[in-house]
Design a binder for this molecule. Structure first.
Ligand SMILES: Nc1nc2c(ncn2[C@@H]2O[C@H](COP(=O)(O)OP(=O)(O)OP(=O)(O)O)[C@@H](O)[C@H]2O)c(=O)[nH]1
Length: 352
């Protein structure tokens, strides 16, 4: 039926029916306008959907922080048991001490605040403590993107590598691991069993062999196989600090030989249960190889969640992720806003 009319329309010439042609043109124009409207509506819908998703993600993250920080919040609640609109300077100071924020940092954050402090005033100051932003453009990563994982034994390096690899895989990115802690056989075994569990390839060697060679082979293999991510483990302790220093420096140099610009991130793993006492140890690593960012582990098991403020501010480094459990999914991207909000939700009523 429609094709019949269409055919009829086609048969009519310009000379015969100018008015009808005009009408058809008007019809086409309207159709085009409608489809443009539809595209615009679809775009708005998409934007709204995106915003809703990121809001949901943000709520989800806040939920994770609230759960992980239960112990820290219990301490805070002992100072301010009920939510308020304004909280006194002294109470804020005390609750930040309870959360294990260093006193020097508390003084810095609260300098010049009034006797009664609103949520908005405190929020601004606390978020400002995380002013050190990542220096890598995460939207335009090199391939392979090479991350070197450093930190003391027991901080959670191996587990965090598994979590990072798992996250990349979930985002449909390929990953290869390098078992660069050749100092201890157990470290190689532990990383191998994680690699098997999350089904990613691993380059390893025997205990005592050169970790730089492992790093080189892992990057070369990633280049040859077109793999997106390389994550390399390193030893947390050697016979002496000088040995560790030399070894880490050599690994960095060799990574750059295997691929110019690598490692793109040197990530320091810090055990969150150590609170502020981890800072001096972190400084030592930062002096050996310039660290690009921090991952704080075991945030779930500690009442010292406030130490994140001091760790980031004192070391002048961004926190990329926090570990909130022992499983492969227990890693969340760190967001200063969400972290501060989940803390303020415990003590303040919502800002009107
Ligand atoms: N609760 C909790 N435990 C964690 C977290 N991250 C790591 N762990 C645990 O901390 C312990 C040490 O973690 P590893 O990953 O073995 O630490 P490592 O730095 O590789 O240490 P070595 O194996 O000694 O070199 C393990 O029992 C992990 O399960 C976390 O975010 N939360």
């Amino acid at each position: 039926m429609f094709s019949f009319f269409k055919k009829k329309k086609e048969e009519k010439t310009q000379e015969e029916l100018p008015l009808e042609k005009e009408l058809i043109q008007e019809e086409i124009k309207q159709e085009q306008e409608i489809s443009l409207d539809e595209v615009e509506t679809a775009q708005v819908d998409k934007e709204e959907q995106k915003e809703q998703l990121s809001n949901e993600e943000s709520q989800e993250h806040k939920g994770f922080f609230s759960k992980a920080l239960e112990k820290t919040f219990a301490n805070i609640k002992s100072v301010v048991p009920h939510r308020k609109e304004k909280i006194s300077f002294d109470d804020i100071e005390e609750l930040l001490i309870e959360a294990d924020v260093e006193y020097e940092i508390i003084e810095k954050a609260m300098d010049g605040l009034p006797e009664m402090i609103t949520r908005k005033q405190l929020r601004h100051r606390l978020v400002m403590l995380f002013e050190h932003a990542p220096n890598v453009d995460l939207s335009n990563l090199p391939k392979p993107f090479v991350r070197l994982i450093i930190g003391v034994n027991g901080a959670g390096k191996t587990t965090t590598i598994a979590k990072l690899a798992n996250k990349a895989k979930k985002e449909n990115k390929s990953v290869i691991l390098g078992a660069g802690d050749t100092f201890r056989a157990a470290a190689i075994e532990q990383l191998s069993s994680w690699a098997q569990k999350i089904d990613v390839p691993i380059i390893k060697t025997k205990q005592g062999h050169d970790p730089s060679a492992v790093a080189y082979d892992t990057i070369s293999s990633a280049v040859a196989k077109d793999i997106d991510n390389v994550i390399i483990d390193t030893a947390g302790r050697l016979q002496t600090q000088t040995n560790l220093n030399n070894e880490l420096k050599k690994i960095v140099k060799v990574c750059n030989k295997a691929q110019e610009g690598a490692p793109h991130q040197k990530l320091l793993i810090i055990d969150g249960t150590q609170g502020n006492s981890a800072i001096s140890q972190a400084r030592a690593f930062n002096e050996m190889v310039q660290v690009d960012g921090i991952i704080v582990t075991k945030l779930d098991g500690t009442a010292k969640g406030g130490a994140l403020f001091s760790i980031s501010n004192q070391l002048e480094l961004p926190i990329f992720y926090v570990g909130i459990g022992e499983k492969q999914d227990d890693l969340i991207e760190f967001s200063p806003d969400e972290f501060v909000d989940s803390l303020l939700d415990e003590i303040y009523t919502q800002e009107q």
